[in-house]
Design a binder for this molecule. Structure first.
Ligand code: SF4
Length: 369
């Protein structure tokens, strides 16, 4: 079983490894533009167009993961070409590191040669059968419940796709139906609560409509979720509302600005600061504001972690836990890790397509420590 330290679930599963990118894993055009800006700032030239052309020639057909893997070598070569000093060359390395924030991309790049990973992060790879295997996992053990007491009383909560995005364009709906929907809606799968996170909620909605056309309703125990990282990606909330799921959730991590969201139809909001070494500041005031918005909208709020660069009242917080995820270090008022109440009952629920009540095999284990 794939256990995880992620605070808002018990386990993770990845029917697809890899992803075709997002704002946390940009295409090379954005990285080239940012490198050119840094080179100009370091006195390496003045014409951004010409500098970008030179960088593009050097990078050739490398994809983002390969640029990241070769960042030191590339910075040296660019440094030599534009006569940059040592600190400026180190600055180019940081430009690439800051652009590549997706931990799935970073981990996937490091493990590209390992069995069970995509050989290149930007080329999503299918791993059929993983969902069916996950469906056979048991209810949370006492040890798991003790480690995450805020999940107490819930069925096993399984995060789908923490190492890629299963809704990447190349993945066919037929595969998603066979791999994800059939496992989630199987007798064993109905014992669990599945949390499907994607930065492509419009495609998730399209998939939901495609299923309906085939007479397949969205399973109640499959929560549709998307990520919002700044006001620029807040449109994903409206797109998520189009998914024909019973429950919907947001993950706001990492987050780069205060969010003011329309939470109509949203059941759950998770928030957290970034955990990478170059994480942008996370102002706890943003979390308190979103928590209050959730209270207004009757949505559950879950503060996952404060991140590696947490600030409050304009001051950096000096936390022992590097990711700021140990809530015993927080003031009592910040410790909010709520789970929507209906999630507790999703281990014994009605099969949507059959009409008849299907008692889950988990039954009496619900809520047991
Ligand atoms: S896995 Fe998620 S965070 Fe990473 S590049 Fe894909 S969409 Fe972005």
């Amino acid at each position: 079983m794939k256990k995880t330290t992620i605070q808002w679930c018990h386990s993770t599963v990845n029917p697809v490894m890899g992803c075709d990118g997002c704002e946390l894993w940009p295409g090379k055009g954005k990285i080239v533009a940012e490198l050119a800006t840094a080179i100009i700032a370091a006195g390496g030239g003045q014409c951004s167009t010409n500098i970008q052309k030179s960088i593009s020639i050097l990078i050739g057909d490398l994809e983002t993961s390969q640029i990241y893997a070769k960042r030191t070598q590339l910075a040296e070569e660019l440094g030599a070409k534009f006569s940059l000093n040592k600190p400026a060359r180190a600055g180019l390395v940081d430009v690439i590191r800051k652009a590549c924030k997706c931990y799935a991309g970073l981990l996937g790049t490091m493990r590209a040669w390992h069995k069970g990973h995509a050989s290149q992060f930007e080329k999503p790879q299918l791993f059929p059968g993983r969902m069916a295997e996950a469906a056979r996992w048991k209810s949370p053990t006492p040890h798991e419940v003790q480690a995450k007491p805020w999940l107490h009383g819930n069925p096993r909560m399984i995060f789908i796709s923490d190492m890629g995005d299963a809704l990447s364009d190349v993945v066919q709906f037929e595969y998603l139906k066979q791999e994800i929907i059939e496992a989630v809606d199987s007798i064993a799968g109905r014992d669990h609560l599945w949390l499907w996170l994607s930065k492509r909620p419009a495609r998730m909605a399209e998939f939901g409509q495609w299923l309906l056309l085939q007479g397949v309703p969205w399973p109640d125990n499959l929560v549709a979720m998307t990520t919002v990282t700044s006001p620029a990606t807040a449109n994903r909330v409206a797109e998520l509302r189009q998914v024909p799921s019973r429950f919907k959730g947001l993950s706001c991590e990492p987050v780069f600005a205060e969010l003011k969201l329309n939470l109509t139809g949203i059941d759950w909001v998770i928030m957290g600061g970034g955990s990478d070494a170059l994480a942008e500041p996370f102002h706890v005031e943003w979390a308190l504001s979103l928590r209050d918005q959730c209270r207004q909208a009757d949505a559950a709020f879950f503060l996952k972690q404060l991140g590696r660069n947490a600030m409050f009242d304009g001051q950096a917080l000096n936390l022992v836990d590097q990711h700021g995820g140990d809530w015993t270090e927080w003031p009592a008022d910040w410790r909010t890790r709520e789970i929507p109440k209906p999630f507790r009952n999703l281990g014994t629920f009605t099969k949507p397509s059959g009409g008849a009540m299907q008692q889950s095999t988990m039954g009496g284990l619900l809520g047991s420590p």
